[in-house]
Ligand binder design. Sequence first.
Ligand code: URA
Length: 297
Amino acid sequence: MTVTTRQQQAARLQAMGIQVWVSREVTEDTSDLETPAETARENVVAPPVLPSAEPEPPPVVSEARVENTGAGNTQVDTAWVDEEPPLPTDDFMPGLDISEMSSQPAPAIDISSLDWPELQVAVSSCTACELHKTRTQTVFGVGDHAAEWMIIGEAPGADEDQQGEPFVGRAGQLLNNMLKALGLQREQVFIANILKCRPPENRNPQPEEIVHCEAFLQRQVALVKPKVILAVGGVAAHNLLKVDTAVSKLRGQLHHYGETPLVVTYHPAYLLRKPSEKRKSWADLKFAAAVVRGEQS
Ligand code: URA
């Protein structure tokens, strides 16, 4: 991105009432820039956690991110399906440049009109729910902005919160292998979550957090215009489809998110705990591939 474009973008954002911080040295080569994690660490100061008067009940831990607690078997599962190609070894590109960050509360803006850079700034500066107090950084989403496939998960876990990228832990490794079995590299799809911030202690996303985050994901879907959304796990499926039916009942059918075809499958973290379900998930992926090819409607 050129300096002129950045200045125009900053002017647009300032006209929208969003304060932007712009790096003094802007180069074409993004490899010279800080990673999102480094940028966020410099610009976001987490407030101290104050002790509450009443002892809080233990949080309900999300199954989709329980892998990040460090408990249990940490060996990477390379056996996705029998015919699966070997585990990819190439490193994935770091997330997009989010050097523009605001330390101000996000003003009320019309998210549905934002383009990628403005949307990214709006997400990174969001303080609409309590999760901004405990996040290391926001996890915007990553991948091809014109992808045919959009993968939507639940929320960042500890690894994602640290790295600023969705699905980078063990579940992410398995997701990469699931995509690879379809002949897709991770960079060819767009990956996002229902929530952009990590719920502390891997607890389940709360309804008010989901409501505040919804417009960001809606806008991402509108910008990508995928041929299929793959909703992985119950939290994604239930919040995209506004139902509470079990994943086992939602899978195997074609749903829609607005106009966009949507296929439900199991969350990779669930498949890590229950590998016997991988075959069903493989059937879901092949079904979604048929949707992309226009063979299912
Ligand atoms: N689980 C999710 O649902 N999303 C992530 O990004 C990581 C784990």
